[in-house]
Design a protein around this ligand. Structure first.
Ligand SMILES: CC(C)(COP(=O)(O)OP(=O)(O)OC[C@H]1O[C@@H](n2cnc3c(N)ncnc32)[C@H](O)[C@@H]1OP(=O)(O)O)[C@@H](O)C(=O)NCCC(=O)NCCS
Length: 173
């Protein structure tokens, strides 16, 4: 298993949040395929899960939330200098609204490498659930990137969001 592990609770079930490793890529890809309009390939997830114990050296990485050894959600991030970008986050349809995405994002923020000052992401304008999640976590909406995403029937804008990351000593995950 890559990295340390940490338990996170939803109201009813305890999920383990841990660094993703290569064998998680298939499960992550299966979740993404069910919930995303433009799903990533399994290879993209495998690249994000490449094992490294050193976040300072490994700029793209992923965390998963699992219960009974089943991956139920994930977040993929990238660190570039003092910015941490959320590249992808998703939860199995049957496990949504249990606090899994919030727990994953809180863990990403709590364990961001030292020196990270800002967390950035973009989200489809029509994605009510994700925008509500990010706003609840304190992200600000900074602007729009016009026609950024494809849709079956055309294109849609991306909403750009950001959050200041509190200054702290990173413990890593
Ligand atoms: C967006 C997503 C990751 C949220 O995952 P989740 O585990 O269900 O979210 P949480 O349970 O942690 O929700 C935390 C808060 O976000 C908001 N929220 C989450 N889903 C919501 C929904 N469907 N409608 C309205 N608000 C929602 C709520 O404020 C919620 O708090 P509450 O349950 O106490 O009201 C999930 O819906 C998903 O996988 N969507 C498809 C993939 C996707 O859109 N990813 C984001 C790409 S930018």
């Amino acid at each position: 298993m890559a990295g340390l592990t940490q338990a996170a609770s939803s109201p009813s079930v305890t999920y383990l949040i841990r660094r993703a490793c290569a064998r998680d890529a298939a499960a992550m890809s299966a979740i993404d395929g069910r919930v995303s309009l433009t799903a990533w390939s399994e290879g993209q997830f495998r690249a994000a899960c490449a094992e490294s114990s050193d976040l300072q050296q490994h700029r793209e990485y992923a965390l998963v939330a699992e219960h009974d050894e089943q991956v139920q959600g994930f977040v993929v991030c990238q660190v570039v200098f003092d910015e941490l970008s959320i590249l992808n986050v998703a939860v199995s349809p049957a496990k949504q609204r249990q606090g899994i995405a919030r727990a994953l994002l809180n863990q990403v923020l709590a364990t961001a490498p030292t020196g990270v000052l800002r967390c950035l992401l973009d989200v489809r304008e029509s994605n009510v659930a994700a925008r509500a999640l990010y706003r609840k976590m304190g992200f600000d909406e900074d602007g729009l990137r016009r026609n950024y995403y494809t849709r079956p029937e055309g294109r849609e804008d991306a909403v750009l969001m950001s959050l200041q990351v509190p200054d702290r000593d990173s413990k890593g995950i």
